[in-house]
Design a protein around this ligand. Structure first.
Ligand code: ADE
Length: 379
C-alpha cells in the first residue's frame, strides 16, 4: 500500500505502524489534493461570508446536506444578514425553520444576532473565542466559522470527522465521549498550525487554508468514509494509511457507548375542522417542541368514540369523524407512534378550540415536521 505524502511516495511499514500524529500529518497532502478535485459545489461554499457560513453550519448540525439546501436558500432570501436576523419576529423565524427540527437552534441564532448587533456592530467577530461565546455555538461551530470565514487555524470536529479519524486510527476508545473529541481536536490543531506556519514561511506550495482543511475532513466523511458500515475505501485518498482498513474492518469503527433505547409514546392527533378552519394550539414553553404549534392531541390510541369523548365533545357537536393514516416521528429521545382522526364540527366551539384559517396554518404558524402526515391532509 502506498500513498502520496507531501510529494514523496510513502509506505506504511507493517512492522512500524504510525502513531496518530504521524497518520494525521501523512494524511494532509493526499486529503487536500483529493478535496480540491472532489469537493461538492455547495451554496454556502460560494463565498466565505461569515453570515452564510454560520447559518449553514447551524443548519447542517443535525440535518443532511440535501435537506438543508432549500432551507438555506429560502433563509438567505428572507433573512439576508445579521441585522435582519436580530429583527425578525420569533414566530416568523420558527416558520422558516419548520421541518428542520431542533428548534432551539433557530432561537439561539436570533439571540446570537442580537449580541452581534449590540457588541460587534452587526458583524461576526474574527476571533474563535468571541464566536465560541455566542449563544448556540459550541466548539465545532466556532471552529467551522472561524476557519472557513476567517482562516483561523482552529479544528472543526463534527460527526463526520470523528468517524474518519476513529477509522484512520482504528481507535479502541468510544468517540462519543468528550476525551476522544478533545484528543482529535488537539491533533488536528497541531497539524493545522504547523501547516499554516509552513505556508506562511512558503515551505509548502499549496496549503488551501484552515477552512478548506477542515472541510476536507468533513467532506471525506460525508461522501467516502460513510457511516453505517459502507465506507468506499477504494475511493479514499487515505486508504494506504488507514489503520482500520489495514486491519480489514473499517466498519467496526467508530466505537460508541451503548445508548439507552428510545422511549416510545402513543399519541392520537386530531384534525378538527369547521368550515375553512382547523384547530391548532400552542405547546408549552418548556420541553419538546417548546412554544411551537400543534394539532390537538392526546396520549394513547383510543377508538373514535372514546377519542371524541376525551376531547370534551358531545355527540351533537360532531358532523363526521374519520380515521387518518398512522404515522411515526423519531425525535432524539422519544418516538411518537401516532394515529389520527379527522373530526368535522357542526359548530365552532371557542371554549374548546382555537380555529384558524387553513392558509394561515401554512403561512404563519410554525407546526413541526412531526405533524407533517396530518398537515398534508389539510393541503
Ligand atoms: N457538514 C457540516 N459542515 C459542512 C460543510 N461545510 N460542508 C459540507 N458538509 C458539512
Amino acid at each position: 500500500m502506498y500513498n502520496w505524502y507531501e510529494g514523496i511516495r510513502w509506505l506504511e511499514r507493517e512492522d512500524a505502524p504510525l502513531d496518530c500524529r504521524e497518520r494525521i500529518r501523512a494524511a494532509g497532502g493526499p486529503l487536500l489534493a483529493w478535496y480540491e478535485k472532489n469537493r461538492r459545489p455547495l451554496p454556502w461554499r460560494e463565498s466565505r461570508d461569515p453570515y452564510r457560513v454560520w447559518i449553514s453550519e447551524i443548519m447542517l448540525q443535525q440535518t443532511r446536506v440535501e435537506a438543508v439546501k432549500p432551507y438555506f436558500a429560502r433563509f438567505m432570501e428572507r433573512v439576508p444578514d445579521i441585522r435582519a436576523l436580530a429583527g425578525i419576529d420569533e414566530e416568523a423565524l420558527l416558520k422558516l425553520w419548520e421541518g428542520l427540527g431542533y428548534y432551539s437552534r433557530a432561537r439561539n441564532l436570533k439571540k446570537a444576532a442580537a449580541v452581534l448587533c449590540s457588541e460587534y456592530g452587526g458583524a461576526m467577530p474574527a476571533s474563535y473565542e468571541a464566536i465560541r461565546a455566542l449563544p448556540g455555538i459550541g466548539p465545532y461551530t466556532a471552529g467551522a466559522v472561524a476557519s472557513i470565514a476567517f482562516g483561523i487555524p482552529e479544528p472543526a470536529v463534527d460527526g463526520n470527522v470523528l468517524r474518519v479519524l476513529a477509522r484512520l486510527f482504528a481507535d479502541g476508545e468510544p468517540v462519543d465521549k468528550p476525551p476522544a473529541r478533545k484528543r482529535y481536536e488537539e491533533l488536528l490543531r497541531e497539524d493545522l498550525r504547523r501547516r499554516a506556519k509552513e505556508a506562511a514561511d512558503k515551505k509548502a506550495q499549496a496549503f488551501l487554508g484552515p477552512g478548506d482543511y477542515n472541510q476536507a475532513w468533513i467532506e471525506l466523511g460525508a461522501i467516502v468514509c460513510l457511516p453505517a458500515g459502507r465506507p468506499l475505501c477504494g475511493e479514499c485518498p487515505l486508504e494506504g494509511i488507514c489503520a482500520a482498513r489495514r486491519a480489514g474492518n473499517p466498519e467496526r469503527y467508530p466505537l460508541r457507548t451503548p445508548k439507552k433505547p428510545r422511549r416510545t409514546e402513543d399519541r392520537c392527533v386530531f384534525l378538527i375542522e369547521w368550515e375553512d378552519r382547523a384547530a391548532i394550539r400552542r405547546r408549552a414553553a418548556r420541553g419538546l417542541l417548546a412554544s411551537l404549534y400543534e394539532f390537538p392531541n392526546i396520549e394513547g390510541h383510543p377508538g373514535p368514540e372514546e377519542a371524541v369523548r376525551e376531547l370534551g365533545l358531545a355527540d351533537g357537536d360532531v358532523e363526521e369523524i374519520a380515521e387518518l393514516p398512522a404515522a411515526t416521528h423519531v425525535f432524539s429521545h422519544v418516538e411518537w407512534r401516532m394515529i389520527g382522526y379527522r373530526v368535522r364540527l357542526r359548530r365552532p366551539l371557542p371554549e374548546l378550540f382555537e380555529l384558524v384559517k387553513k392558509e394561515e396554518i401554512f403561512e404563519k404558524y410554525p407546526l413541526p415536521g412531526a405533524f407533517a402526515a396530518y398537515t398534508n391532509v389539510l393541503k
